[in-house]
Every structure is written in structure tokens, then in C-alpha cells.
Write a protein that binds this ligand. Sequence first.
Ligand code: TYR
Length: 423
Amino acid sequence: MSTMNIMDELEWRDAINQQTDAEGLRELVSEKKIALYCGVDPTGDSMHIGHLIPFMVMKRFQTYGHHPVILIGGATGTIGDPSGRSSERTLQTLEQVQDNVDALTAQMKKLFVTDNDAKLTMVNNYDWTHTINVIDFLRDYGKNFTVNAMLAKDVVSSRLDSGISFTEFSYQILQSMDFHHLFTAEGVQLQIGGSDQWGNITSGLDLIRKKEGAEAKAFGLTIPLMLKSDGTKFGKSAGGAIWLDPAKTSPYEFYQFWLNSDDRDVIKYLKYFTFLSKEEILELEQKVTSEPGKREAQRVLAEEMTKFVHDEEALAQAVKISAALFSGDIKSLTADEIEQGFKEMPTFEATKETKNIVDWLVELGIEPSKRQAREDITNGAISMNGERVQDVNTEVSVENSFDGRYIIIRKGKKKYSLIRLVD
Ligand SMILES: N[C@@H](Cc1ccc(O)cc1)C(=O)O
């Protein structure tokens, strides 16, 4: 590993937004390996790449030998963090929350369990929250919060006009109880989070000092908002969020997302999301200026991210699909690869009956009329599965498909259609 100090490394990577006591934390992490935590609420059944932002910092602490404690919010997820939201959330059912807890736990393990002896603890705040009764809650915790300070937090003050329920108003107490619990039970001395978590983190630090004394050594750190140079929101493509779950965003789409990064953003992403060294990133930065057409930095970013979130095999497949789509030579793809690569293309359904191609194209609506279909075929504008069809008497059958499941039609240079064969 690098000889840089973790704090120097985070600074160089522009990964720090606010800190409670920068000097104190720097001293602490150079003296000893610490335990630190970051939480995520199970609001859905998968994380997306926006969730990775604080967790990449957790991962860097882990590679420096520190001890990440990852909290899945089985309790807070039933309440809903008002941070960064302009309106009240709808409550999820407890079953929904539990299913999401299981899904996120599995995703976190995939990212944080290593084959060396790097430390990792996974916790669920439901475990220490659900046994506290309302009297203890008000006496042991509520007494340490003034409504005045709670109202002053951005999250709450920005909602005073539109309204905020007592439930969401109380969220900051629950997250503060977590920090206090992990401080006393697990020796956790640092909480990190996205920039919208500053209020929750500092209120936890206040609780720790009130209950454990002013000299209690605990710190907070937030990470900057990831801004895109074109002003649009980071982490979204035309098809929506970029999920870590391969069933929601295929590894091919995931790879393409990073590959399509803007020249003005790619170095920021390499610094932020990859474990490449400073030297390697500076070299790629030069290439963005000297040979922008090659998009070397984007390619390396896409490779690193696909390997990190998925695996080598998924990366090889994403590269193979990308090359096939680029050249138009798709014959060597498997049905699964076809499905990944053509997911966003117009999709049609056809039966497995054998049919004349002219009739078939018109029935599907890919061609407006038989006359037009014949003309396009004779002119060489139609390809089936990567091969030009020039005979209007061609028969289309299951034999022509990828594994009995898909047929790909290309009209003109790049108008692809995916035909799904059904019984
Ligand atoms: N409030 C955090 C998640 C979280 C939950 C509990 C915690 O103790 C810490 C963090 C978020 O919405 O991102």
C-alpha cells in the first residue's frame, strides 16, 4: 500500500467536505488503527452508485488497516431520514425493510469482505433500538436534546413551512443513539457520511459528549457532493439510476456508464472511485489532454469499476459485448450477452413460427409496408443477427435465433431492434 497518510490520501482525492476536528483526527489515525462507521438505510433492495460515495472512503480506511463498521439501518429505515428531502416519506412495511436489509447486507459484504485479514463488522441498528421503551427513550436520550437545537438543523428548518412529522423530526435522535452505542460498545471514534449527514453526525457527537464527558474522543467527517461538469445529477443515465444489482443494471450497462464519462469528469471519478495510485491517475490525466480521442482514462475507469462492483468475468463480458456492438459483428454473442447489450433497444415479441422475412418485418411493425420491406432488403439495409439479408424469400425461424430466445434486426446503420421469441 501507499506510504501516504490516509488523511493526505483523502485530501488528494478531494474526498473531504467538512470535518469536526481535522488536526485531532489526523493525529489519532497516525497513532493507531481506529474503528469508524457509516450507515445506510434500507430504503430499497439495491444500492446505486450514489451510495458508493461514502463507502469508497470506508474502503480506503480499510485498506489502510482501520476497522470499518458498516451499519444497515433496520431501525432508522422504518422511520426515514428527512435529510435532503423536501417532503415527508411514506412509511415502508416492516417486511419490506427486512427484505431490503438482507439485500444491502449481501451487497456490502461483496464489497468489503476481503481475502486478506482486513477488518469488517456489520451491524443493524434494529438490534439495539427495538428493545428501548418509550420511557427510557425520553429519559435517557430525549433529555439530552433541546428542541431548539433540533429545530436549528437545516434538515428540519427547511421543512418548517411545508411541515415535518414528529417521526421524521426524531430521526436525528435515532442516528445519534447509534453513534453513541457504537462508541461505547465497539470503540467507534469516527462517523462518515455524505454532505447531507453533517447535522445527524454532529448531533451524535453532542450526545456522546453529554453522556460520556467532554473529553470523549470522537470525530465526524462528510464527503463532498459529486457534481457533474454539465450540471446534471451524478449517477443517472437515460434509463434511471445506475444500480449495483446486476439484475437492475447489467454489468454491460454499468461498464458503459463509466465509459461514457465526460473528459471534464473522468479524472475526478478516477480519484474518487478507484484504487489506482496518484502516479497512475496523473498519467491518465495527461492522456486526456494529449490523446482525448483514445478515451484511455474512461476505459480504465470503466474496467476498474466493473471489476470492483461485479468481477473479472462480468468485465470480460461487458468488453466483449461493447466490441461486438461497435463492430456490428454480434454472431459470437450468447443469448445472455444479447440480453445485456440490447436491453435499452426497441423490443418486439414474435412467435416461434417460421415466416417469410417480408411478412415478419411488417407484422412486427419494424417495416411500414411489404413494398418498403422488399426495397430495404434488396438495398442491403437489413441485417439479421449481424448478417445482411438480401433475399426477400428468406425464412425466419427459431433456427436463426440466439438460443431460441432472441433475434436482432438492424435496419440502416444502427437502428437495432430486439425480437423476443415467445411460445
Ligand atoms: N441517515 C443515513 C443513514 C444512517 C442511518 C443510521 C446511522 O446510524 C447512520 C447513517 C442516510 O440516510 O444516509
